[in-house]
Design a protein around this ligand. Structure first.
Ligand SMILES: [Zn+2]
Length: 97
């Protein structure tokens, strides 16, 4: 009777120890996996070169516009880039005046 109780307690302790070991191993494994995932995520979040190439400053409103698709005006050997027709018009008016 006492012997079987001892075995029972030993078995319970054994199970508890095995579960603890498995838990620690699982924690180590999952933490290394999540660290890898975080690293991959930060790499994916790295700023990419904006589509449309080089950004140029709009001399009228100060906005940065991509060279491709921006309104352009070449004056005095310099090419100016504008975010909108409005800015282009303003620049033309101010340079004419
Ligand atoms: Zn503008």
């Amino acid at each position: 009777m006492f012997r079987s109780l001892g075995y029972l307690i030993l078995t319970i302790f054994g199970i508890i120890i095995i579960r603890m070991v498995i838990g620690v191993l699982f924690k180590l494994f999952s933490s290394s996996v999540s660290a890898d995932g975080a690293r991959q995520r930060t790499q994916a979040r790295r700023p990419r070169v904006p589509q449309g190439g080089v950004l140029q400053k709009d001399p009228v409103c100060g906005a940065f516009v991509p060279e491709q698709g921006a309104r352009q005006l070449t004056a005095g050997g310099e090419t100016h880039f504008f975010c909108s027709d409005e800015c282009l018009k303003k620049f033309r008016e101010s340079s004419n005046a």
